[in-house]
Unconditional design. Structure first.
Length: 736
């Protein structure tokens, strides 16, 4: 236990001794650094004192300027060292109060020699200031050479853009360098002019050295411009390349989408699918046509870059060739796909027509096999039904002919379709022939044995129909308004259709008489008499029907004219409030929008004028034909034309008012822009910045000169505004 206590005591003594040694070492180190710092300051002081005897000529100024320039860099390091020593002195004083007096003496000594050095620097700066223009020239020369070197380094950058944004950014930065170079042009000319005067006819070493510096400066200035132009060319080409790559990538995406669509080879199985596929392909081709300009733009841009000798012409050419090849391939595939779809559509249309005709034949074949006509009460009605059925079969034979024609066209165009088409056509022809045969056989079975009865009933049917026509139709009213006249005309058309059917039946009576003469010769005169009676009665009704139709058409023209006039009057009344509107706009934008709307209305009215004139021509035609209501028609025409002229005149007045308002609003807008511009310039003139040194002052002078030029240029705008205002007042504008 005792040994452990002695060990701790010994360790404490050792640690304390170590701290004392470290403290003594720190104090000694501080004293050494103080002596070294004082020696460093005194060395710089002696260096400056050696310039005491220098003259104020070029050699002396250059020597003094160089030493002061180097001294400024050293002074920052000395100042930092002095601050560190002061902080160290304070720390040592706190830990070792017994050393405080000696430490304060060291710090005071350092401060004294440092203040002496600063004072000497101020004296030498004052001496340079006394040198005046020569000193400023040398200072500006050093500054300009430093700027020139830094700018050349910036221009010589080898940064290469990897995207369009990078290319635009680098080009903007390069343009900013150009603006900076332009701003330094005046300073360069000033330096060279002063330097040439200073070195003229001087042969001493310093002036010759200065002449070489000026020569190097001029060479560097010219080289800077060349470097900038070369870099500008490179960056511009890089920008063009990035634009081309962006556009070509977008085009390649389009081509990929087209290729995916064209790779599909779906064959439609019916007409509906074929129509849907054609619509999709039409939409696709419309989109292709719409995107053609984008492809052409990329290819044209690539050609221009290659013709201009772009540094990456080979890569651009390969990509453009690839795009051109893919685009041509897609166009060719799209055309082939379109042709294929058209062929499939024609085939499916042919097959559907075949199926529809086949269904119709099967339906009619069932009817043709029914020999009873159970719903018909007389032989004549059965005969009429059968005649209609035969006519229907005969009229549909043209469908078979058209299908055969389409099939032959398909085979001629696409021989590979012949087996399928021939099979369909042979089947249809066979079925249609069977239908015709069955229909003819049915007619013979039904009517050959009952021809006398059929003849009697046919004559009676025609006679009763003509009698009803005479009593009910020809004596009926011809309508009191447009709607009733149109309905009567529809009935008239139905009668004419029925008349055509009856005319055919009347024509067939002659052939039936000839057949019946052989069957019943003793009734020949009676049969002929009935035929003549029916024919005479039928022929007597032709003229009254035609006359009735003409009357109806005349009435329709008159009622239609009145209706049209009323409709056009309503249309004009709808447009008149728009033409008479007193809203002329309270800003340039609003009045321009109103002018556009007014022009649209005027165009609508002009496009409607042929309708008005056509209606008036119809009225004049009725008057020229001596219509009983001619005076009324004349009045309606005059009223309509008066309203029409009033509408057009009102539109002209509104257009004039809107143009007046536009001139005034344009003046207000331009005047407001001028006031804003002048306010901006006034804010600039209120700035009290006069420049902190010669360089900033020269920049401010340049800006002020630019402002003066801008003000002089803007004077013409102000003069024009004044002339516009005066003209508006002289013309007694409503807003004067």
């Amino acid at each position: 236990m005792l040994s452990f206590h002695r060990w701790n005591k010994l360790k404490d003594h050792a640690d304390h001794k170590k701290e004392e040694i470290n403290a003594a070492h720190g104090v000694q180190t501080f004293h050494i650094e103080c002596r070294e710092t004082i020696s460093w300051i005194e060395e710089k002081t002696r260096l400056l004192q050696s310039t005491e005897e220098l003259d104020n000529d070029l050699s002396g100024i250059i020597t003094l300027q160089r030493r002061l320039s180097g001294m400024e860099r050293d002074l920052a390091a000395i100042c930092s060292q002095v601050d560190n020593l002061e902080n160290e002195a304070q720390r040592i004083q706190d830990k070792h109060p017994e050393e405080a007096e000696e430490i304060r003496e060291r710090v005071t000594q350092i401060s004294t020699v440092f203040d002496q050095l600063n004072e000497l620097i101020k004296v030498r700066d004052a001496k340079l200031g006394e040198a005046g223009d020569l000193h400023r020239f040398l200072r500006d020369l050093d500054h300009f050479q430093t700027w020139l070197k830094n700018t050349q380094t910036a221009v010589a950058s080898e940064d290469t853009p990897n995207s369009l944004a990078d290319a635009e950014k680098l080009l903007n930065q390069h343009q900013q360098i150009k603006e900076e170079i332009d701003n330094y042009t005046t300073e360069f000319n000033s330096i060279m002019e002063y330097g040439e005067k200073l070195t003229q006819d001087k042969t001493d070493h310093q002036h010759m050295f200065l002449r070489e510096r000026l020569k190097a400066l001029r060479d560097g200035w010219n080289e800077l411009h060349k470097m900038w132009e070369n870099r500008q060319q490179l960056l511009s080409e890089n920008l063009d390349l990035q634009v081309f790559l962006r556009d070509s990538k977008q085009v390649e995406v389009l081509l990929n989408q087209q290729e995916i669509y064209l790779a599909k080879d779906d064959v439609p199985s019916n007409l509906e699918q074929a129509e849907s596929a054609i619509k999709r392909h039409e939409t696709f081709m419309t989109t292709m046509d719409a995107n053609e300009d984008r492809v052409r733009h990329v290819l044209t841009f690539a050609d221009r870059l290659k013709n201009d000798g772009h540094f990456d012409s080979e890569k651009i050419g390969r990509k453009a060739d690839n795009i051109q090849e893919r685009y041509n391939n897609n166009n060719e595939k799209a055309r082939q796909h379109w042709d294929k779809l058209q062929d499939q559509y024609k085939l499916q249309q042919f097959l559907q027509n075949c199926d529809e005709l086949n269904e119709w034949i099967q339906e009619k074949y069932i009817i043709a096999q029914d020999e009873t006509y159970r719903s018909a009460k007389t032989v004549h009605s059965k005969w009429t039904r059968h005649q209609a059925f035969e006519a229907e079969v005969l009229s549909n034979k043209d469908r078979l002919f058209q299908i055969k024609k389409k099939g032959e066209e398909l085979v001629a165009d696409k021989p590979e379709m012949q087996p399928l088409i021939d099979e369909k056509l042979n089947e249809l022809e066979q079925q249609f022939d069977e239908l015709e045969k069955t229909t003819n056989e049915k007619g013979q079975k039904l009517f050959d044995a009952k021809r006398p009865v059929l003849y009697e009933q046919t004559c009676e049917d025609i006679d009763s129909w003509l009698t009803e026509l005479e009593t009910q139709v020809l004596t009926a009213e011809t309508g009191q308004d447009l709607t009733s006249v149109n309905l009567i005309l529809q009935k008239q058309q139905m009668i004419e259709n029925q008349l055509a059917v009856k005319a055919k039946q009347v024509g067939e009576l002659e052939s039936q008489v000839k057949i019946l003469e052989k069957i019943e010769p003793d009734k020949t005169e009676e049969l002929k008499a009935k035929k003549v009676y029916v024919e005479d009665k039928f022929n007597r009704l032709q003229a009254p029907l035609v006359e009735r139709k003409q009357q109806l058409l005349k009435k329709k023209e008159a009622y239609q004219f009145r209706r049209d006039v009323e409709d056009e009057k309503m249309w004009i009344q709808e447009k008149m409030p728009l033409a008479r509107s007193t809203e002329y706009g309270n800003s340039l934008f609003s009045v321009q929008m109103l002018i556009k709307k007014n022009q649209s209305l005027k165009t609508e009215i002009e496009n409607h004028e042929p309708r008005i004139l056509n209606i008036c021509e119809n009225g004049q035609k009725l008057i020229g034909e001596g219509h009983e209501d001619s005076s009324e028609f004349e009045r309606l025409i005059n009223e309509l034309m008066e309203l029409w002229r009033d509408l057009k005149n009102t539109m002209d007045v509104r257009k004039s008012k809107l143009l007046e308002s536009e001139r005034a609003q344009q003046y207000y807008f331009d005047a407001s822009e001028a006031e804003s511009w002048m306010s901006e310039q006034e804010l600039y003139m209120m700035v009290e910045d006069r420049g902190k040194d010669e360089f900033t002052t020269q920049n401010l002078i340049k800006k002020h000169e630019s402002l003066e030029n801008a003000v002089e240029d803007y004077a013409e705008t102000i003069r024009q505004l004044g002339e516009t205002a005066g003209q508006l007042i002289r013309e007694e504008h409503p807003e004067r």
